[in-house]
Design a protein around this ligand. Structure first.
Ligand code: HEM
Length: 158
């Protein structure tokens, strides 16, 4: 299918890749969300994210990665994590002086996918919501470990 690649042409494939490499460099060391990427294949993430972004911007490129729900089914993503990733994306797009219309389309696309990667509608961090959507392998340590102790809310002393 012919696609209108006007937005893609405003950034170009090489600059798009440079943005995404920088994006994942920042994500992997980020104090708030870096831990979620520990042990993940950075090159694969870069390649798949490039395809997704290129396609979203109208390039005639096929996305060959997993669907968003499938890719994130084992990642306990809270609303705050989603917001943090979005902020890192905005920072990297700003630092690479990316065209304003490309930025707007990318941010809009990210927000449109929110419900496919986290159950939280905003920046809240509802662990019950995250646990409910999480797919845990029957054989994984999470599935066989005893449940964590209940969270005790500390009252004011004195
Ligand atoms: C709309 C926003 C998002 C988009 C477009 C996106 C995009 C992607 C893509 C393309 C992949 C690779 C899929 C594949 O391997 O086939 C992926 C995997 C992953 N994403 Fe996201 N992502 C988003 C949000 C998030 C958030 C908020 C987090 C956590 C803060 C996150 C954490 C991960 C992790 C840890 C993986 C690797 C999963 C694995 O291989 O086990 N993603 N994402």
């Amino acid at each position: 299918m012919a696609r209108d690649g006007a937005l893609f042409d405003r950034i170009g494939g090489d600059a798009l890749r440079a943005v995404i490499v920088d994006f994942y460099d920042r994500i992997f060391v980020d104090p708030m969300i870096g831990f979620l990427f520990e042990g993940k294949d950075r090159q694969r993430l870069i390649d798949k994210e490039w395809e997704l972004a290129a396609r979203m911007l109208g390039a005639d490129v096929r996305y060959t990665g997993r669907s968003m729900p499938a890719a994130h089914a084992r990642v306990p993503i809270l609303g705050g994590h989603f917001e943090r990733r979005l902020q890192l994306l905005k920072n990297v797009l700003r630092d690479h002086a990316v065209d304003a219309d490309v930025v707007a389309a990318w941010v809009e696309h990210t927000l449109a996918l929110r419900s496919q990667v986290t159950g939280d509608a905003g920046s809240e961090c509802d662990h019950d919501v995250a646990a409910a959507r999480l797919v845990v392998d029957a054989a994984s340590p999470e599935a066989t470990a005893p449940p964590p102790p209940p969270i005790v809310k500390l009252g004011r002393r004195g």
